[in-house]
Every structure is written in structure tokens, then in C-alpha cells.
Design a protein around this ligand. Sequence first.
Ligand code: ADP
Length: 414
Amino acid sequence: MSILRLASNFFSGIFTRFSSPIKVEEKKVLPHTEQLQKPINDSHFINLNRENHLLHLIIQNAEEGFLILDNNNTIKFINNFLLRKIGVPGNFSEYINRNSIELIRFPKLYESIKELPYSHNDEIILNLVSDTTQTEFEIIIKNIAIQGENLIFTKWRDITLSSKAEKIGKELVANVAHQLRTPLTSIKGYAETLLDGAFDDPSVSKKFLETILRNADRLTNLVRDILTLARLDDTKNKLDFKRTNINQIIKNVIEQLGPLAEDKGVKIIFSHPESDTIIMGCEQELEIAIHNLLDNAIKYTADKTQIDITLKESEDKLQLSIKDQGKGIPQKDCEKIFERFYRIEDGKSKKMIGTGLGLSIVKQIVELHHGRTWVESLWGHGATFFVEIPKAFDKRIPLTPNTYQTDEKMQFLN
Ligand code: ADP
């Protein structure tokens, strides 16, 4: 082999030794090439090591789990992601060549591995939940051959979140169908009774038509709330945040709901700091949240009572409270009422037109503003709903570009 070929091979990673006699002229350059050989050699190995190291880093930091077993279920490879996800401490290197059955206690995994030779498309897809971490996995199991050895390759994907979202979606559809059925059945029933002759009695027909109208309102509210929820689910963190005057929003809502309060003889008192409270927020959504809270307060407070709305401001956040003088909320329901479709099953709530979605919308909007919502209530003594929202976000929270306004007074993000 010529020295030039040898050198070229070195660069390509072929480390062949001299096997043919060296020509005289080549002997002259040999000492120089040998001098060159070491750095070439070293740099190549350094590169190989670097590549290995990079691959190793990528696999160990991948957001998927990898486990390779031999035919005796001995671990040939496992990455740290998988160890973490199944709740096993330590580093992958401690587990190489150990028996997998002792470590990864998923009997279904080993049953599937046994079935692998009989599978149609050379792979099996398996869903499992870890008892230790409650993580839900989708596992792909395949046969692979490395240097003549048959091994079992498994790839683990954490599907906990996506399967939770799927479950919520299914529950929502089932709940919506259920919620739609009641008013629709009622509208159909009353309309049929009217057509069957009740129409001829003016006092009865008026009552029936009012019931039909009430149920149509219920359907309209339900559709409105579902569309709001769908928009909020879709929006996630992409709300259009800008300088928002909370005082003004509260005043607007009081004006919108004023007639409803007047009908019940309810007085609304709004206490607030002298100057307007400005926050980084989404006006449209905040108005919906405050509207829902005040609407509930008016609905559930006793006739001829007072509702106190209090807005407080500190350096970095605002706190809004809405206090009514209704029956209040039993302690056991104080968290549940923020869940979708949850309604307290007492006589009063049942009679009220409602969707059971209002407070879940409030909670979601406030969370999108990085705030929190809660209620304090003593059963029989009214309820006070609280909303706390930071005036601006923490710098560390990634914001969409349109969140950054070019207003020179905008020091919120500092
Ligand atoms: P709804 O449309 O039924 O009012 P919400 O999600 O707004 O739905 O409220 C959920 C449940 O919480 C209501 O059905 C009611 O039982 C209870 N609730 C909400 N606000 C109040 C309040 N101010 N006082 C008493 N109960 C309330």
C-alpha cells in the first residue's frame, strides 16, 4: 500500500498497517509520515469519541425512553429518561447487564416480548401505566440485530398529558350532550303539549311559552360557555396582553348587570384605590371572568342584600373580592365548584339557570394571567370569591412577541 493511500485511509478512518514492501523513495518520507501519523490518529479518535459522546448525550437527554434487552431479559442499554419516568433512582450505568425483570416490573412488557415473533408487522405497540409514577407510556417493541446478536429494542413515549387531554375532551362531549338533552327535551315536550291543545288556554300557553324561552336561554348560555372554553383551551398562552384598566372593566360589568341586581333589590358597592389599577392583561377575557363572578353573586345572594366588590392593589399584584350575602357554599364543595359542569345539588342552585361552566371559565382565565382564584365561605353566611393576578409576568415566563408593547411607560416586564 502506498504511503499516500495509507495517509488518505487514515483520514477516512481506516487504520490499516503496512502490509506490502515499502518502495525506496517512500522510505525517505516515512519518518515524516510517522510524525504526522500520531496527531492524525489522535484527532480521529477524538472525533470518534466526540461523536459517541454527543450521541450518548442526545440519547440520555432524549424526551423518550430507550431500553434494549437480550433474549434473557438482560439490560444491554437503558437511558436515564426511562429510569426517571419509572421512578428508579441512579444512573443508567448501574443497571447495564442487570436483569430487567427485577428493575422494570411490567409483566405485560415481557408477555409482549414473548409474542413478538408472532406479530404481523415485526413490532408490538403496548400501552402501560407505571404504578410508581402514574406515568402512562406508549411502548414500541421491536427485534434488532447488532453485530449478529438478536436483541429486543423498546422505545417508551410518555403519553400521560395527551391521554389526559383526550379523556377531558371525551368527558366534555359526554357532558355537553347530557346538558343539551335536558332543555331540548323540555322545549320539545312543551311545544308538543301546546300543539295538542294547551295553546287554546291563554294562561297555560303563556306559562309553557315562558318555559320554552327559559330553556332556549339555557341552550344559548351553554353554547356561549362552551365556545368560550374552546377558545380558551385553544388560546393557551397566546392571549393578546396589553395595558388593561381593571377599574374600568369592573365598572362596565356593574353597568351591564345593574338591572339584574335592581330586580332583586340588591345594592352593589365597589371600593377601589384612588387611581386606576393597570395590569398586563387581556381585557375581553378579564371582563368575562368578572362578569361571571358578579352574575353568580347576584344570582345566589338573598333579595334586598348588598354585594361588596373590593379591589386592592399592591406593588406587584391586584386582589379582587366579590362578597355576597347568600347561603354560601359548603366547605366540601369550595374546590369542586371550579370544575367544569359542577353544580351544587341543593334546591336553590337547581332552580337557577346555569351551565356549571361559569367558574371553570373564571379559573382558566385567571390562570392564563398567571393568577389564582378561590372562595371563602361559611355555609349559611354568604360567599366571598377572590381573584389575585400579578400586574405583570415574571421575565422568566416566555411571552409571545405581541405581548411586548412599545409603550415607554411599560415597566411591567422589568
Ligand atoms: P352555574 O352556571 O351553575 O352558576 P358556575 O360554574 O358559575 O355555574 O357555578 C358552579 C356552582 O357553584 C353553582 O351551580 C352554584 O351551586 C355554586 N356557586 C357559584 N357561585 C356561588 C355563590 N356566589 N354563592 C353560592 N353558590 C355559588
